[in-house]
Design a binder for this molecule. Structure first.
Ligand SMILES: Nc1ncnc2c1ncn2[C@@H]1O[C@H](COP(=O)(O)OP(=O)(O)OP(=O)(O)O)[C@@H](O)[C@H]1O
Length: 317
């Protein structure tokens, strides 16, 4: 299919070292379409960095296949590298050089003639609002500015696909929102953007489609609406009682409008498409059983409820 930017099948990475065997990526299958802004969402340690490492040819897979821009990451890494730009998780710019020099050298490395490399560096810095900082050294820049320089550098050779590993991690909220705009503009310009994130809100607000990754596999993949629909649009109510909720969990599971009830961390968790009515009944049910309500949390259908329904665990950034 011509409009596929990234395609993996049962992709795997197993690390073996003195502390044992870690399945960082455990049979990961996904497809990213050309021109979309795609997010790999998962908690810390889910395997996102390792996946991006394999897709960008930095890490050798131990199993499965991956094609990026139509080329196989193992058999044809040079072709893959030509088609991708990569923004690493940490600032790996040359701190002694200026922003412009960082871009220019990358352009030369990618084979651009000197004049073209200079011209493109200037153009990209302007485009990312860094024209006035072109001559500033990287170690004189803020985290958000350096992040934009890294993105500009990754675009020097006009790649079809841009990979970013947790690009907004550690940025303040305003800088994060500005970066989202930058990534949308890149997508609107026709390039495919693949990013990893552990921020649920980022996946919801920014990405066209999201793959929820946990323990090195894709639990679910789709647009936000598709993912929400897959859990039947259920709200999750989490009730903390003064006492043991095991007393009422079976009864709660039988209530009209309740799709499921369980106890986790000494709290009652109820999945329901009709939260208002059910909540009132759960409160009085607790009172009748000698369990006064201490706290309640209502999570409307969102990526958070999808993650909960799929893993049985609450999502923590
Ligand atoms: N070089 C390595 N050797 C051994 N284990 C590793 C190595 N790199 C990663 N791992 C392990 O593989 C698992 C997945 O790690 P990975 O960094 O891909 O996850 P992640 O989702 O990107 O998490 P984070 O957000 O913390 O970077 C973790 O258990 C990690 O400890």
């Amino acid at each position: 299919m011509a409009d596929v930017a990234v395609e993996t099948s049962e992709l795997r990475k197993t690390y073996t070292n003195s502390s044992g065997v870690t399945e960082a990526v455990a049979g990961l299958t996904l497809r990213v379409r050309e021109g979309e802004l795609f997010g790999l969402l998962g908690p810390n340690g889910a395997g996102k960095t390792t996946t991006i490492g394999m897709l960008t040819t930095r890490i050798a897979p131990t199993g499965g296949t991956a094609r990026v821009g139509g080329a196989d990451v193992v058999r044809d890494p040079i072709a893959v590298k030509r088609r991708i730009g990569v923004v690493a998780q940490y600032n790996n710019l040359d701190r002694q050089l200026t922003a412009h020099e960082n871009l220019e050298f990358r352009g030369r490395y990618a084979g651009l003639p000197a004049r073209e490399a200079r011209r493109r560096a200037t153009e990209l810095l302007e485009r990312f609002g860094l024209g006035s900082r072109a001559k500033a050294k990287i170690n004189e820049m803020s985290g958000g500015q350096a992040q934009r320089v890294m993105i500009a550098r990754a675009l020097m050779h006009r790649p079809d696909i841009l990979f970013l590993d947790e690009p907004t991690s550690g940025l303040d909220p305003q800088t994060r929102v500005n970066l989202w705009d930058t990534l949308r503009e890149i997508r609107d310009g026709g390039q495919t953007v693949v990013l990893s994130t552990h921020y649920m809100e980022e996946a919801e607000e920014l990405c066209d489609r999201v793959a929820i990754v946990d323990h090195g596999t894709v639990l679910a993949c789709g647009t936000l609406a598709e993912l929400k629909a897959s859990t039947s649009l259920r709200t999750v109510l989490t009730l903390t009682y003064d006492g043991d909720p095991e007393k009422i969990v079976a009864q709660a599971g039988q209530l009209a409008g309740v799709a499921g009830a369980e106890v986790a961390d000494n709290r009652l968790r109820v999945f329901t498409p009709a939260p208002e009515g059910v909540l009132a009944v759960l409160v009085s049910m607790g009172q009748d059983a000698g369990l006064p309500l201490a706290d309640v949390r209502v999570v409307r259908p969102s990526l958070e409820t999808v993650f909960l329904a799929l893993t049985g665990r609450e999502y923590r950034d």
